[in-house]
Ligand binder design. Structure first.
Ligand SMILES: Nc1ccn([C@@H]2O[C@H](COP(=O)(O)O)[C@@H](O)[C@H]2O)c(=O)n1
Ligand code: CDI
Length: 160
């Protein structure tokens, strides 16, 4: 049996924060604001996984009112979500993601993001695709006020 899930997330870009996307720290004069480390891409993938198995969203599992998740490493949050997916008997078929950011250039970091995400989802790197697009200077992403991300994941029930 197959299950599909999609995720979408947005975080504001501000000075004084590191920019962490896809588990990779990217040199930039601004970073993403959030209760956790605000890794917009890992949040999107976690939401897509939770959506695929009908388990709500990361806000339900890791409330932003809980100090336990203050400055949390989103890789650990995604690992926790992936445990739930595995306990339900699923493995990843593939994940496809898009980052919407006017700046900085994601291209030099895409391979590292794909490798890290594949590691977190216990799959081969070829099963994880990360893309980036500017939004042609339009909207909040185009003005550099924030970064958005979306993802689709396909899961398959393991045999036995
Ligand atoms: N933050 C970004 C945005 C885009 N790219 C890459 O640039 C290419 C052109 O982007 P469009 O806005 O015209 O879609 C595309 O190949 C993106 O991968 C990037 O590296 N970082
Ligand atoms: C990740 C959590 C953890 O407290 O906080 P934020 O970093 O603010 O991120 P968001 O995408 O708003 O998801 C909610 C929370 O689960």
């Amino acid at each position: 049996m197959f299950r599909i899930g999609q995720g979408f997330d947005v975080h504001q870009l501000v000075v004084g924060r590191p920019l962490i996307i896809g588990g990779i720290e990217i040199p930039h004069e601004k970073g993403l604001l959030g209760h956790s480390d605000a890794d917009v891409l890992l949040h999107t993938i976690a939401d897509a996984c939770l959506g695929a198995i009908g388990e709500g969203d990361i806000g339900n599992h890791f409330p932003d009112t809980d100090d336990a998740f203050k400055d949390a490493d989103s890789a650990k949050l995604l690992q926790h979500v992936w445990q739930i997916v595995k306990e339900k008997g699923y493995k990843l078929v593939n994940a496809d993601c898009t980052i919407m950011a006017q700046q900085p250039k994601m291209a030099p970091h895409i391979q590292a993001m794909q490798a890290r995400i594949a590691e977190l989802l216990e799959t081969e790197q070829e099963n994880v695709n990360v893309k980036a697009t500017t939004t042609e200077k339009l909207g909040f992403t185009g003005r550099g006020e924030g970064i958005a991300s979306q993802a689709v994941v396909l899961l398959q029930k393991r045999n036995g």
